[in-house]
Design a protein around this ligand. Structure first.
Ligand SMILES: Nc1ncnc2c1ncn2[C@@H]1O[C@H](COP(=O)(O)OP(=O)(O)OP(=O)(O)O)[C@@H](O)[C@H]1O
Ligand SMILES: [Mg+2]
Length: 234
């Protein structure tokens, strides 16, 4: 469904992604593991057209997207839950959700999607009028996920959704990811919480300084020596 082939992305002279290739098949949960500064967020930005690769291709549903505008990429069915949540903090919760649905014209569809998001995250329903920036970190994470769902994506990409959350909320986030998959969405997940991510995922990739150094089933990665030493602390 999503394929990156030999992607090379630079920030000025700094060569961050180096011949990166990976793929996510329909219905899968795939995770990308990597330490700080490995290039995980840059991978997400490259997928969403926020930075452009100098070489290589990004394909979504057989369409090349590496030169497309972010808005068009989202319209084609990809949604992003960005790093550090990045909600619109001065807007209300409802306005944030409206932003997620900006490509949707019909009011009925908007209402259906809003109901769906409120069903997945009951807390959001109670807070629709609250200024988003005043919500707790965990609530903001739910909102960021809800906002992504509002574009009715077929595939959802999440950049460290568990970051900074209590163990209980991390569990909620991961349960939500499973639910999203059950509803038919494909999930690409960037995480440093390797244990949780690999427990959920079907497959995973390990990124080190911009290069994929390992790719395997999540089950094998959980017992892989490199993964255990670098990401599971054992
Ligand atoms: N806009 C930018 N300009 C210059 N360098 C950048 C820019 N954005 C990221 N970088 C650099 O690119 C490298 C990869 O950054 P990236 O944000 O992709 O890492 P990451 O794997 O997401 O790390 P983290 O786990 O800390 O979020 C880092 O060395 C970072 O300093
Ligand atoms: Mg990052």
């Amino acid at each position: 469904m999503l394929r990156l082939e030999n992607v090379n992305t630079y920030y000025g002279p700094s060569h961050v992604l180096q011949d990166l290739s990976l793929e996510v098949n329909r219905g899968e949960i795939v995770c990308l593991l990597g330490a700080n500064a490995a290039g995980k967020t840059t991978t997400m930005k490259t997928i969403f057209g926020l930075v452009h690769p100098t070489k290589g291709s990004v394909t979504f549903n057989d369409q090349r997207i590496e030169r497309k505008l972010t808005g068009d990429i989202v319209k084609s069915g990809l949604a992003l839950v960005p790093e550090a949540r990045r909600i619109f903090s001065r807007m209300t919760v409802l306005e944030n959700l409206e932003m997620g649905a900006y490509s949707r014209r019909s009011k009925t569809e908007f209402q259906q999607d809003l109901d769906h998001v409120c069903e997945v995250f009951p807390r959001i329903r109670e807070r629709l009028k609250q200024i988003a920036g005043t919500m707790s970190g965990g609530e903001q994470q739910m909102l960021a996920m809800g906002r992504a769902l509002m574009s009715r994506p077929t595939m959802i990409c999440m950049d460290e959704p568990s970051m900074g959350l209590s163990p209980k909320l991390v569990e909620t986030v991961f349960e939500t990811i499973l639910r999203i998959r059950e509803e038919g969405m494909t999930v690409f997940l960037v995480e440093q919480n390797a244990t949780m991510a690999l427990t959920l995922a079907d497959r995973g990739y390990v990124l080190q300084t911009g290069k994929i150094v390992l790719s395997d089933s999540a089950k094998n990665l959980l017992t892989n020596d490199l993964v255990r030493q670098a990401y599971l602390g054992s």
